[in-house]
Design a protein around this ligand. Sequence first.
Ligand code: MTE
Length: 306
Amino acid sequence: MNIIKRRGWEISESKVTPEALFFNRRKVLGGLAAVPFMGSAQAAVNAKFADAGRAVTPEEQNTTYNNFYEFGTSKSISDAAQALVSSPWNIAIDGLVEKPITLSFDDNIRKMQKEDRIYRHRCVEAWAMVVPWTGFALKDLIALAKPKPEAKYVRFETFNDPKMAPGQQAGLFSSFPWPYVEGLSMAEAMNDLAFVATGAYGKDLPKSMGAPLRIHLPWKYGFKSIKSIVKISFVAEKPMNFWQAIASNEYGFWANVNPEVPHPRWSQASEEVLGTGERMPTKLFNGYGEFVADLYKGMEKDPIFF
Ligand code: MTE
């Protein structure tokens, strides 16, 4: 018998997907995602509200309104990002592991058991989306990597290729500390919610969203969700992340969504829900506190907590 156990944080697909599509979709679960969010069905999907009181953000909006500074500083980097050569793609795993390995996206990552997850995404610039991802739990990748007990943090790195990525070329933003780096504590990385996305809207991940694989951490500000990962290192010390290296007064390591701690340039009390024209109150941990708050017990007074 095939019993699907729904986890507490899941936004029910029946609430965001038109019924016919939903039932057809259940039949194909197990393989790479079929066509759940495409074409004329999109409008119907958008009209259905998720548990969060929000619709799935239209695919067109999600793939063309991005932050991907390797390809420029505007939100319209989608055309420039087509220069990203996302195949073949390797991910080096090193640091405090039993044995450093290199994974091939086609040979190893594509074979991971995939699942679909619909997550809220909240940028520190106070805009939000709802994204239907395909991928797998980060802890499954960590199991492959076999970190040693001394590993306390995970450090992620994006490619550094100025020929491909104009944002990395010498010039106006040449002082940026490329490559883009992000980090998590091991406990955060092992949390059920931490997700490696390889697809969105039932297709392979578009280049603008970080092909061929990125992280998504729905309880943290979006800058933690690093795109187009080429290296994962297990380390003893807290890694310095890209934005913190640029402006430590604006960006911290933990970066958990918190309506009560304003960013110097953006109040975090509310957020614009893209595609709806609405502003909604922001929730602590982006509404996922039930599943992640324990990770931060005793750290509430830490000035870099959020
Ligand atoms: N990853 C890399 N490599 N480069 C980036 O500029 N921007 C971050 C994050 N990951 C970024 C990145 C920020 S600020 C956000 S809000 C999200 O990606 C945006 O993801 P999206 O474009 O899929 O919405």
